[in-house]
Design a protein around this ligand. Structure first.
Ligand code: G6P
Length: 607
């Protein structure tokens, strides 16, 4: 009996699949493992849980089944696999290749050393290869900014052909499959692939009836090529070459290291000393690769600040520009000399200066912008001023994807070119379908370059640009308090209480503020009409100030309560943030009563 490497039916007896050799699939009995529901960004669990019997295999098979049932012919095109380099990436990659072959995949692209940043996956899906080779999807092995290592977190997510995270229905189908799985398919005899060298391996079945190609690709190639078409690299190089301009880019031992090296050293001719922590490590060197004032400690100190963003004394010169990336390279933090740019301000400044960037200029200028609901309203003012289409979405990058793909989904509604961002240190555009850390860094450098056309004139700094922005638009004082590791029941009860009291809170006076609306944010997607409920409790004050509460969708264990405070000022532009937000913060703590529900009102992180 002749069988090809693809099994259409799990009940098929493949014991007589003679002649397939290394391509011979085996059907292995398994049973459901509870808790495999993908969250905002795929499935994240403790590494040890992922390493336990059948855990990874069950999930991967459930994805394949959902993808194939959804109409994708996995035998055509390419499956891509890569990750942020965290512990267990290498083993997981080999397992996914073997399972991919058993499920019918004929061609793989694997990032060299197993590394592919999240934005690079998105770029590579969209850009690489002739039509017949194009990638139909990718497994990304990452738990983003969560710590890595045998005792920390591992994660896996699936991205589809548009380069963006799998749509909700695909993840729901996957989850349903995890609850009914009976077996998975694997080609146990498929050889281990050496992923440390770029090159191609072709494995042919013994009888020559079938073959599989595994290509190890340079991790940075497609993404960097794309970035070079977006930005003015000559102008950026001229800025970086100035005597009075210095920079440091901290990759926090995540996957961004090789990308920062290719861009800044190989392309822009800078010394390797502009990069720190750029060698990926499987435990991020024991750190928490999340670019914010608390976790990017080393960079923040180099830039002359403390974890509250206040100036500290530093001996020696401070760089003009500082940036950091997270574990999988999709987040960014931007700093000037002793100056922290909040992600919300960063978004507003990039939008206001989008025409400095060739990608936007060459398409006739920016068309639309979007921010997540808890992100400050700074960008709203720019959108209004520049007459751009504007969207306020729930937290989560996937909501931006629909807007970017509107042209494809609905003819005539084209919201591109498009810039979007979130307070959680994510910024990006429609060049890919993920947020893109190095894109944001290059955007800032391109903007700085445009503001500094003459090297003989004093440097216009990051701080100058942000302050000029505030003097034009006013300042949205903003901060986020995180309460990590809270008791889930307590945190949920707290949210429920605020939700239940929404109506009675509306119209109430609190201190010197009046609550004009208290509600739970609901979003109706303008492209496909889908509705997202319960996206965060909002207290909207009559003067435009806002207090918002959400439970994090990415917390590793327990619950993380996020409290967001914002106040707009048109004149007092130079107050310390804590002073400007003092009364609102006090009101916020009273409104939520976190002390009673969770036993503390001291945050673990302030950004
Ligand atoms: C991930 C998503 C972001 C989102 C963030 C929110 O990073 O990619 O789009 O903003 O999670 O995290 P949270 O913990 O606040 O739910």
């Amino acid at each position: 009996k002749f069988v090809t490497g693809k099994i259409e039916d799990v009940d098929l007896d493949v014991s007589d699949a003679v002649g397939l050799g290394a391509l011979k699939p085996t059907v292995v009995k398994s049973s459901p493992i509870s808790g495999q529901e993908p969250g905002t960004s795929g499935l994240r669990k403790k590494t040890k849980e992922f390493m336990s019997e059948n855990y990874l295999n069950n999930f991967v098979q459930s994805v394949f089944d959902a993808v194939i049932a959804g109409g994708t012919n996995v035998s055509e095109g390419t499956l891509m696999i890569g990750g942020d380099g965290r512990y267990y990436n290498d083993k997981a990659i080999q397992t996914i290749i073997k399972m991919g072959v058993a499920n019918g995949v004929k061609r793989f692209w694997i990032g060299k050393d197993g590394l592919l940043s999240t934005p690079a996956v998105s770029a590579t899906i969209r850009e690489r290869g002739p039509v017949w080779q194009k990638s139909f999807g990718a497994f990304i092995l990452t738990a983003s900014h969560n710590p890595g290592g045998p005792d920390e977190d591992f994660g896996i997510k699936y991205n589809t052909q548009n380069g963006g995270p799998a749509p909700e229905y695909l993840m729901q189908d996957t989850f349903a499959n995890t609850k009914s799985i009976k077996n998975y398919k694997i080609c146990s005899d498929f050889p281990e692939v050496d992923i440390s060298e770029v090159g191609s391996t072709t494995v042919v079945s013994e009888d020559g009836s079938s073959s599989v190609v595994v290509e190890v690709i340079p991790s940075t190639q497609s993404h960097v090529a794309l970035l070079k078409t977006i930005f003015d690299f000559d102008a950026i190089k001229a800025l970086l070459d100035r005597e009075d301009f210095t920079m440091v880019y901290d990759s926090m031992h995540g996957v961004n290291g090789p990308y920062s090296k290719t861009v800044f050293v190989d392309e822009l001719g800078q010394p390797e000393s502009v990069l720190t922590n750029h060698i990926p490590k499987d435990d991020f060197n024991g750190g928490h690769a999340d670019p914010n004032l608390t976790y990017a400690k080393e960079l923040v100190a180099t830039m002359g600040l403390n974890s509250k963003g206040e100036k500290i004394d530093v001996t020696g010169p401070i760089p003009s520009f500082g940036a950091a990336a997270d574990g999988d390279g999709d987040r960014n933090m931007i700093l000037g000399t002793q100056f922290f740019v909040t992600p919300s301000d960063s978004l507003a400044v990039i939008v206001a200066n989008a025409n400095c960037i060739p990608f936007f200029r060459s398409q006739g200028g920016l068309k639309a912008v979007a921010r997540s609901m808890p992100t400050s309203g700074a960008v709203d003012l720019v959108a209004k001023d520049l007459n751009l289409d504007f969207f306020e979405t729930p937290t989560g990058w996937k909501f931006f994807g629909n807007l970017m793909d509107s042209k494809v989904i609905f003819k005539g509604k084209d919201y591109t070119p498009f810039i979007c961002g979130e307070e959680s240190f994510g910024t990006g555009s429609d060049h890919v379908r993920e947020k893109d850390g190095i894109w944001a860094v290059l955007a800032w450098l391109n903007i700085l370059a445009a503001h500094n056309p003459d090297a003989s004139k004093p440097l216009v700094t990051v701080e100058d640009i942000v302050k000029q922005h505030w003097s034009k638009y006013g300042r949205n004082y903003y901060c986020r308090w995180d309460f990590e590791g809270m008791d889930k029941d307590g945190a949920t009860a707290m949210m429920n209480k605020m939700r239940a009291e929404s109506a009675s809170n509306t119209g109430r006076t609190v201190g010197s503020y009046t609550i004009s609306t208290a509600d739970d944010f609901k979003y109706v997607d303008p492209v496909d009409g889908s509705v997202a409920q319960k996206q965060g409790i909002r207290f909207l004050m009559s003067d435009g100030s806002r207090i918002i509460f959400r439970l994090s969708g990415t917390a590793g264990s327990g619950a993380t309560v996020r409290m967001y405070i914002e106040q707009y000022e048109s004149e007092k532009l130079d107050l310390p943030v804590a002073t400007a937000l003092e009364e609102l913060t006090k009101i916020a703590l009273e409104l939520c009563d976190i002390k009673t529900f969770c036993g503390t009102e001291t945050p673990t992180v302030i950004t």
